[in-house]
Design a protein around this ligand. Structure first.
Ligand SMILES: Nc1ncnc2c1ncn2[C@@H]1O[C@H](COP(=O)(O)OP(=O)(O)O)[C@@H](O)[C@H]1O
Ligand SMILES: [Mg+2]
Length: 238
């Protein structure tokens, strides 16, 4: 059992968010402790991506409390938040088609010491190494996803938010991504994952939160997953 008195690395309380006039998040509450993999599950449109964007500060308006490593971030700009050491890999992946693998990799600024070296990254992602000079457009979906994750490891952030990294990928690639997430966890990274694929999430996550209509409606540990399967099917409509 994880020590529940460990202070959270991320503590989200009563988070609300808007896209112009549309009120999307209605008071999200959850926390992530150092070294955990925590997964946000929920149906399409529930507010999972909006939650990550709100933590990152890239949303029209947000309110509530987002404390990262003891510091309140709700009034900080997105670049200040990134500099605290929160890295975000969006659903769209954001690989530049006209840049090659190395150029895409070198794109984000290193924000603090301790970032992963390019050698270490290629050890984690050997297939990216083989594709070093390939243009973004020539990469498969799986390779683009790997590159999008690899890219944020260089920055020195130890807290990673990954939005649906398995979306649209073949089972064998999903397994590779699962192994990579487990490896990052072993190396001490803390990961907040958004997934629709709870079977995949159950192979890597310590705990789950269910989001529905912009609120957290349930939470359980991985060990409680089997006991909650019926509820989970109902929540996710699968
Ligand atoms: N840029 C945007 N402008 C207005 N509404 C948006 C925007 N992005 C998402 N939404 C709306 O916010 C809600 C939550 O979306 P999102 O967080 O992307 O859901 P999820 O990631 O759980 O599928 C949806 O109703 C969606 O239509
Ligand atoms: Mg989403």
């Amino acid at each position: 059992m994880r020590d529940t008195v460990t202070a959270p690395i991320l503590n989200v309380r009563n988070l609300e968010a808007w896209y112009s006039e549309s009120h999307i998040l209605h008071g999200i509450d959850f926390e992530v402790r150092p070294g955990e993999v925590v997964t946000l599950l929920g149906r399409n449109g529930a507010g999972k991506s909006t939650t990550l964007k709100s933590i990152m500060g890239i949303i029209g308006k947000r309110k509530g409390s987002v404390v990262f490593e003891g510091q309140e971030t709700i009034r900080l700009s997105s670049d200040r938040i990134a500099r605290l050491g929160i890295a975000f890999c969006p659903e769209e992946r954001g690989i530049f088609a006209s840049l090659d693998v190395k150029e895409n990799l070198m794109l984000p600024p290193v924000i603090r010491g301790g970032g992963m070296s390019v050698e270490h990254i290629f050890e984690l992602f050997p297939n990216l190494h083989e594709r070093l000079g390939s243009q973004g457009t020539k990469l498969s979906g799986g390779e683009q996803q790997m590159l999008a994750i690899a890219r944020i490891l260089r920055t020195g952030s130890r807290f990673l938010m990954l939005d649906e990294p398995t979306e649209g990928l073949a089972p064998v690639i999903i397994q590779q991504i699962g192994r990579m997430i487990s490896r990052l966890k072993e190396e001490g990274f803390t990961i907040l994952l958004v997934e629709q694929n709870f079977r995949f999430a159950s192979t890597v996550a310590d705990r789950f939160y269910i989001i529905e209509h912009g609120k957290v409606i349930d939470a359980f540990a991985n060990a409680e997953l089997q006991a909650n399967m019926e509820k989970l099917h109902a929540y996710l409509g699968v």
